[in-house]
Design a binder for this molecule. Structure first.
Ligand code: AG3
Length: 285
């Protein structure tokens, strides 16, 4: 008998993303969350945290390239990078493509996510043992409090504003993240779906606007996330986004799967409905 088994991530009990399951490779409960790795017909191996899709072999490139290259290219010489969350290693892999980077601090609350990713998702976790990577297993809310003027780039590669990730979506945390940046420092955060998670998207953007003088959301597809359409937000104390080193961008786009300079040229274009959403006083239902 061939079983027809599907995994569905339900979003607010109103919609869902479904993946046909070939097998369950790992299932465990860490100190912080439930961790599963399933093998799927359409998207390959898929990491789930508390039943939510974090990354899949087939579409991870959209997310990891966008969270990394947009902010790193905006900095003239990114040497020290802090990644918050990101235990699967996809963001580390992309950041390491920038030759100026000397040190990456990965502050991940849950060491089990790192171990499981190394074992089951080697194409994503491949660079976690790179000598430039320093892993801190700690809650970033605590870690960042006393880090002042330390990083050129901070990347918030978090889960949704639920469970262990909730403290990473507050004004206090964003203020500490801002203060951890050196002069000319830039930040990018994953900021949820502008179609499926409008309330969260709007709230996060209004918090970021209280803390940073430049706040620019940008958008790309991530087929296996709610809405299949995702956002990240670039933030800085004054520096606008842009490509500081065109030679590097040209070199990167030879091996990236989504990012290239044509995509970049429209990446900060905000769709009209999102402009309206952000301008409206009304809370989103
Ligand atoms: N960060 C998770 C994005 C949130 C996805 N949400 C969801 N499926 N409900 C991705 C981590 C990849 N490094």
């Amino acid at each position: 008998m061939v079983l027809d088994v599907w995994f569905t991530e339900k979003h607010e009990d109103k919609q869902g993303i479904s993946l046909k399951v070939k097998g369950i490779l790992y299932s465990g409960q860490s100190e912080f969350q439930k961790i599963d790795v399933i093998d799927t017909e359409a998207y390959g191996k898929t990491l789930l945290l508390d039943g939510l899709v974090m990354t899949t072999e087939k579409d991870e490139f959209f997310y990891h390239e966008m969270i990394s290259h947009i902010p790193l290219l905006a900095h003239p010489n990114p040497e020290k990078v802090l990644i918050i969350g990101g235990g699967d290693g996809g963001t580390v892999r992309e950041v390491l493509r920038h030759p100026s980077v000397k040190e990456i601090v990965l502050c991940e609350i849950d060491g089990a996510v790192i171990d499981v990713s190394k074992q089951y998702l080697p194409s994503i976790a491949c660079c976690l043992d790179d000598p430039k990577v320093k892993i801190h297993l700690e809650d970033a809310v605590k870690y960042i409090k006393d880090k002042k003027n330390c990083f050129d780039v901070v990347l918030i590669d978090s889960t949704d504003p639920l469970g262990p990730g909730v403290g990473l979506f507050t004004e206090e945390f964003y203020t500490n993240a801002r203060d951890s940046l050196m002069e000319n420092g830039v930040m990018a955060a994953q900021t949820e779906s502008p179609i499926a998670c409008q309330k969260e998207f709007k709230l996060i953007n209004s918090l970021l606007n209280k803390v940073f003088s430049v706040v620019k959301p940008y958008f790309a597809p991530v087929p296996t996330y709610p809405g299949s359409y995702w956002s990240w937000t670039f933030c800085s104390g004054g520096g606008q986004p842009g490509i500081c080193d065109d030679n590097l961008a040209a070199k990167l786009e030879k091996s990236t799967k989504y990012f290239n300079r044509e995509i970049y040229s429209a990446v900060f274009a905000v769709p009209n409905y999102v402009k309206q959403l952000m301008a409206s006083e009304e809370a989103v239902k």
